[in-house]
Design a protein around this ligand. Structure first.
Ligand code: CS2
Length: 480
């Protein structure tokens, strides 16, 4: 696509947007998905501009700097099979570097701040296979030591007595805990924390991460969290690939605004939420969000059918030479394995309101949208934490029903084959647990399979037949 000369930069003045809405939502994890999802829902639902978002980056400050230069505005490109449509999203009132914990604490100390949303990736919760915070993980241990030091100096994590305080916690849980402690001391009242990451029981996962850290520092912090923080469970869905330079040029050509940070996403969107918002919330239902009393079955449908299939295509597809989801789906072998995996998972998605047939048909169309270049390499990252949610539970459910769970085991086999290939051809292992994975890749044959299966679930390695089944499926991806 060739860009016409963009006529003007994008900001609240050039776009003639109103003043930013007052900040009532704090987000951690300013990335494309957040901007295609929670920020879009808020923009659509908040006609009176009452709910502004302050969005903090996860790691580097760059995304915040780019967005701040545009006063929080960006273009959302909805990419359908036949055409793009463009809309400027106005709900982000401010963007900050995630390391700016003083600002985070300041915002959470305000009683008007009602919600913290999170998109920090599955791996960033640092939970062990028992679902509890892994206090031995290097980043967690470092943050626990830092926060304990601050606490021991002044019985507070941040604030007036902070002179001489050094360092910034790196994990999302530690940053959030610092902000929550400021709220506790300001007596600013209860608040909702809403995880929007692809974890089953993501509200409990967020609680385990934050409360686990709190209780390692001081019991009163954990007690305050128990009394005042509502952890909301959600199932979130919108396929959002990384923005490319071509997308940036396309937005300039189509809109006349030189947006340096547009987001491209599919037309489909879904948000299911379950839990309390003690300090209020936007009417997200006006934008299509659904509030339910029971969410587990919706989570399972999304994590298994969409995300599980994504991971299967990511590993098997790349082993067979595909680069994108749409390409892998056009490969009959990959499409067949995906259907087999869906058939297994569907056995355990029995609630009629899940409308699994419709959901599967819609997924085929969504995955097949070849105008969305969803890179398999992007999906393949952090397989260890993803497969614990996407493959392990399906195998468990199948075995409880007296069947082997072979199609889900194939996903694990594809992951291991992909890892061995990536490490031997020099591409490297892109996984937060790479340091644990790398030595296992030096093992041979069945021993290697057993070790990697055990990394996903220690019980599996001990259970009769699972390692064997995975091992037999290995090496089968390139020959069909
Ligand atoms: C994907 C998800 O990268 C991945 O692991 O499976 O990001 C997926 O695209 C989203 O969950 C869709 O809602």
């Amino acid at each position: 696509m060739t860009a016409q000369t963009a006529t003007q930069p994008l900001n609240r003045q050039t776009y003639q947007a109103g003043d930013p809405a007052p900040i009532r939502i704090v987000h951690i994890g300013l990335g494309a998905f957040h901007r295609a999802h929670q920020a879009w829902y808020t923009h659509k639902a908040d006609a009176n501009h009452e709910w502004g978002i302050a969005s903090f980056t996860g790691r580097s400050p760059q995304a915040a700097e780019t967005l701040e230069a545009q006063n929080g505005l960006y273009t959302l490109v909805e990419r359908a099979e036949d055409a793009d449509s463009f809309e400027v999203i106005e709900s982000i009132s401010a963007a900050y570097d995630g390391g700016n914990i003083e600002r985070l604490a300041e915002l959470l100390s305000q009683p008007t701040t009602a919600i913290v949303t999170l998109t920090v990736t599955e791996a960033a919760y640092n939970l062990g296979s028992d679902g509890q915070l892994d206090l031995t993980a290097e980043s967690v241990a470092a943050d626990a030591a830092l926060l304990s030091q601050w606490w021991n100096a002044s019985a507070a994590l941040i604030g007036s007595s902070g002179s001489g305080r050094r360092g910034v916690p790196s994990t999302a849980a530690a940053r959030l805990l610092t902000g929550l402690d400021a709220r506790r001391r300001a007596e600013a009242g209860p608040i909702a924390v809403v995880s929007c990451d692809n974890l089953s029981a993501n509200g409990t996962a967020a609680r385990n991460a934050v409360r686990g850290l709190a209780s390692s520092i001081a019991p009163e912090l954990a007690d305050w969290i128990d009394a005042k923080v509502s952890f909301v469970d959600t199932s979130i869905d919108r396929i959002t690939p990384r923005t490319t330079d071509e997308d940036i040029a396309g937005v300039a050509a189509a809109t006349g605004f030189a947006d340096r940070s547009p987001v491209v996403t599919e037309p489909f969107h879904n948000w299911v939420l379950c839990g309390d918002f003690p300090a209020g919330r936007p009417a997200w239902e006006h934008a299509g969000a659904v509030f339910v009393d029971r969410i587990e079955h919706f989570e399972r449908r999304k994590l298994w059918l969409l995300n599980g299939a994504h991971s299967l295509l990511a590993y098997a597809g790349q082993l067979r030479g595909s680069d994108t989801v749409a390409q892998a789906l056009r490969d009959p072998a990959c499409a067949g394995w995906m259907e087999e995996f869906w058939n297994e998972a569907t056995e355990h998605l029995i609630e009629p309101e899940l409308k699994v047939d419709e959901y599967r048909a819609a997924l085929l169309a969504r995955f097949g949208n070849s105008r969305i270049a969803h890179m398999l390499a992007q999906i393949a990252i952090d397989g260890s934490s993803k497969l614990r949610m996407r493959a392990v539970p399906v195998i468990r459910a199948e075995r409880a029903a007296g069947r082997p769970g072979q199609a889900a085991a194939r996903l694990i086999a594809a992951w291991i084959d992909y890892l061995t290939k990536a490490s031997s051809d020099g591409a490297g292992v892109r996984d937060t647990e790479a340091e644990r994975i790398m030595p296992l890749l030096a093992l041979d044959g069945r021993e290697q399979t057993a070790a990697l299966v055990a990394l996903l679930d220690p019980d599996f390695a001990a259970e009769d037949g699972i390692v064997e089944m995975v091992h037999t499926l290995r090496g089968s991806f390139q020959d069909q």
